[in-house]
Design a protein around this ligand. Sequence first.
Ligand code: MN
Length: 284
Amino acid sequence: MALEEYKRKRNFNKTPEPEGKVAPKREERFFGVQKHLASHLHYDFRLEHNGVLLSWAVPKGPALDPTVKRLAMKVEDHPFDYGEFEGVIPEGYGAGIVMLWDRGTWTPEVDDVDAALKKGDLKFTLNGYKLKGSWVLVRTGGRYAGARGGGDRSWLLIKHRDDWAGDVDITEFAPLSVKSGGGFEDILAADTPAVWESHRPAKGGDAGAMLASIIERAAKLKASRAAHTEDTTRSARTEATKGTADTKAAKGPKNTKGTKKKTAGKTTSSKKKETQSPRRTQSK
Ligand code: MN
């Protein structure tokens, strides 16, 4: 095993030499980005470390262009379980809609993540659906001292130059969820009406207007979905009445399955398009 010979040759009660610990393996850990429509639209960038999620709020979202530095405000660590959350926060802190915009794994490009964080320079590799390759988070050292919360929390998220860099605006190109495949309105529509009708977050300004219009769109989407389900049920019933009682039983579920399959296929293909790597698109 590693360091066994090093240890066998030394008595650590007598030598000032370090006992020697194997440096933690640079293992892949969870990373995720949650697009969060709250009082302001922003992207919560999260890296798993020591069992929690280190978190930065990135107002404009990540950029694949290495010349673009995106402000990233360090916020409190979040529980690991929060990483894949997608849904509605009806009220209170962060009230709004959370979409899982990207997820995957990250690998530090340094041996000591804590030291890198303390230094304010963390280099890492991402392997997500949308974000890949080498990146860095650099603390600005008060350059944005006027920003909310003070300069100490101000970092910059920057893409390193590699195969995964490019000038595609990834937030525009791939705006949807990697979890559900939809947008904010789909996330709203997927929830029970009680959440998005009776606990409508009260917000002012542009984000409030945006949220209100999304809630409206979600209501329409939900209504059209309900109408579609009714149509499908009706046509299935009509077809079933054409056959005998036996074929009714056989046909009914078969038809439903076919419809479901079709829908699932559509969802998958649009999802594929959404999560397609920008590099592949650029080379086209
Ligand atoms: Mn947030």
